[in-house]
Design a protein around this ligand. Structure first.
Ligand SMILES: Cc1cc2nc3c(=O)[nH]c(=O)nc-3n(C[C@H](O)[C@H](O)[C@H](O)COP(=O)(O)OP(=O)(O)OC[C@H]3O[C@@H](n4cnc5c(N)ncnc54)[C@H](O)[C@@H]3O)c2cc1C
Length: 232
């Protein structure tokens, strides 16, 4: 529900809102913020991969994902600052020590495709990817991100392949994918998790299924944003 009447927003915050305190804000790479909250947990507690919504105005919410949930009352999100909407503006204004409300329900993990798996995404999906791929060495992970952030991201997450993004979303990953399919690097994969820019995921899935590398059911997609569209 990216946009809704103000009354619905108030109701969502009342029924599923969790008071949160901003413990820390760090910049792991240019254009990325790592925000740690101390927050009252939903049923079942906070989990890596937990989806949250933030009411960024009285009528608009934006979604983010916990990449770490270190304790029962701690969660961290990784935000890519590439968008220019109210969500990113809200995140940029956020300060250490502020009290906010996070809207969340009980954690429902993503349906993961069979392993070994290929995981593709962009900066918006880095937190989710880290939540699901950390500690799974058989995954092949490739992400595209703004060229200015790539060196710092590679240093922080050396286990993932970071590609400098081209102006057209998804095209750096697409070029990498075409090369990887052609040289047989992906022959052993049994599934794929595709996250991030909506149009790019569809192209990636067409490529993986079209080349007979994977059955359509072995590909999980989850769009996080779409060109020209506010919220998802
Ligand atoms: C389930 C879910 C989980 C998510 N988790 C995360 C997360 O953990 N970290 C994170 O950074 N993002 C995450 N996102 C993506 C994030 O919610 C969107 O990027 C969001 O739309 C940004 O809000 P905004 O108000 O700044 O921009 P919007 O008002 O939504 O959009 C404004 C403009 O920016 C463009 N835009 C939106 N997002 C991006 C982007 N990422 N890159 C380039 N252009 C963009 C839109 O096409 C539009 O033209 C998640 C999305 C979903 C659906």
């Amino acid at each position: 529900m990216p946009t809704f009447p103000a009354l619905v927003g108030t109701l969502a915050q009342t029924l599923s809102g969790h008071s949160a305190h901003v413990v820390d804000i760090a910049e792991p790479a240019p254009g990325f913020l790592d925000i740690e909250f101390r927050a009252s947990p939903p049923a079942g507690g906070w989990r890596p991969g937990h989806e949250i919504q933030i009411m960024v105005t009285s009528t608009q919410a934006r979604r983010y994902t916990a990449y770490r949930a270190t304790r029962h009352d701690r969660l961290c999100i990784l935000v890519a600052l590439d968008a220019d909407g109210p969500g990113t503006a809200w995140i940029r204004r956020l300060g250490r020590g502020e009290d906010v409300t996070l809207v969340a329900a009980k954690h429902r993990p993503l349906r993961l495709p069979p392993a070994p798996r290929l995981i593709l995404g962009d900066g918006s999906a880095l937190g989710t990817i880290d939540a699901y791929a950390r500690g799974v060495p058989s995954s092949t992970v490739a992400l595209e991100a703004a060229p200015s952030s790539v060196a710092a991201l590679r240093e922080r997450w050396p286990q993932y392949q970071f590609l400098p993004a081209h102006p057209e979303p998804g095209s750096a990953i697409q070029a990498w994918l075409e090369e990887a399919v052609a040289d047989g690097r992906l022959d052993g994969i049994h599934g794929a998790l595709l996250l991030g820019h909506a149009g790019s995921l569809q192209r990636q899935r067409r490529m993986l299924v079209g080349h007979g590398l994977l059955d359509r059911r072995a590909v999980t997609t989850k769009p996080y944003w779409a060109t020209g569209r506010a919220g998802l």
